[in-house]
Design a protein around this ligand. Sequence first.
Ligand code: CA
Length: 524
Amino acid sequence: MSTPLYITMHPADNVAIVANDGGLPAGTVFPDGLTLVDKVPQAHKVALVDIPEGGAVRRYNATIGYANKPLPRGSWVHERLLTMPEARALEGLPIATVKPEPPPPLEGYTFEGYRNPDGSVGTRNILAITQTVQCVAGVTDFAVQRIKAELLPRYPNVDDVVALEHTYGCGVAIDAPDAIVPIRTLRNISLNPNFGGEVMVVSLGCEKLQPERLLPPGSIPIVDERNVADVGDTAEAKLDVVCLQDDAHVGFMSMVQSIMRQAEEHLERLNARRRETVPASELVVGVQCGGSDAFSGVTANPAVGYCTDLLVRAGATVMFSEVTEVRDGIDQLTSRASTPEVAEAMVREMAWYDAYLDKGRVDRSANTTPGNKKGGLSNIVEKAMGSIVKSGSAPITGVISPGEKLKQKGLIYAATPASDFICGTLQLAAGMNLHVFTTGRGTPYGLAEVPVIKVATRDDLARRWHDLMDVNAGTIATGEKTIAEVGWEMFQLMLDVASGRKKTWAEQWKLHNALVLFNPAPVT
Ligand code: CA
């Protein structure tokens, strides 16, 4: 058997996690003399000292809970033995108090990307077909299958054709104030850098979300003379809409042909695009985690955090998200805000989400899953401490609300639910051109719209899911690699994937999860 190993995150912690595959039996003696009094599963916590009843249990130098009964040194500390602390109040937080020395800029790194008319850069060249309403999804999907089979082979520079299917558009209270969230999400996804500014819409005709409401005049870019509308003095892009209820359509096949005919015009333009060398500062990376375990915050997320710092130093944009997974670390985040305005925006997002959860009679503790707990995460406080480290150490320079598009570079807090699909969908709307996803329990997550680099937190997962995981951060726990080494490995892989030189496993297998809109407004 390998040497018994535990991992402590901070010198002030009174628990650590067991690193060994398969866990360790009672009676195991660690090299420093600590002896297990219980069997402790891998990634679960062991008490490093005697913790009295009511005593604070500390990991990441944060109180993750209070002991329900005395926890002797060497015992297994699991969720049923802990009482969760209250959420930090949103008043009296430290505001922009941490002013780290700006690290030297990272220069000379580039990738091969598709430069867009609006200045953004795509990492893939995809025709996306926007839909105003779910009613048209079947017809659009039928047309997309034919486009892929009959048209796409003639346009070899285009990577894929993707129908932006969703469940919104009708049967919803579209004038409710919060309806702005799903509507702007759909609009901004249509404008994602990977779609080259080519916007085409399939509409039913009678739906609440009319094409002009989804994409009002001025919202889409002019790509050439063919999509310019005749509006007098100022040139404006013409919205390309195929409306299924149009009288001109006689029979199903005429609808399919309309979609195919319009698609071909966009395919021609997309096919003429070429990759060019652009600075790494054009990367817009969305980071998130899912299927987390206690290793997430020890291996994969710290490596992502290291990589986040590299990206920010290179002038790129990194978004971190997942409100319920940062809520318990809000004081760390407001103190790292670059200005009081950024801190206030962060608090505003937390307060909005607290109220949103409260309406459903739950709080942030509704986040954790049975798998998280089995993986050693006792509660949301512990999960949050491990999740926040994805944001690295740079100052937070901006905050956006759900569905909004990024307006600046740097480290941005993009407020989203932690749901993998909703978070990914909202980061797409924000304009991400590359997605990084860490997992400990394992998830085959992927998106059709952007490449997803998946990072395993444990050696065992990376071994079993060898053709699903792109990076093995488990090497950090085994001592084979440092956090910095895995962080750099990720950075290089990002440049390769962004350039199209490498495909992620999710791309190779075409593992595509659905877009899932965040709709806090009522349906009718
Ligand atoms: Ca997530």
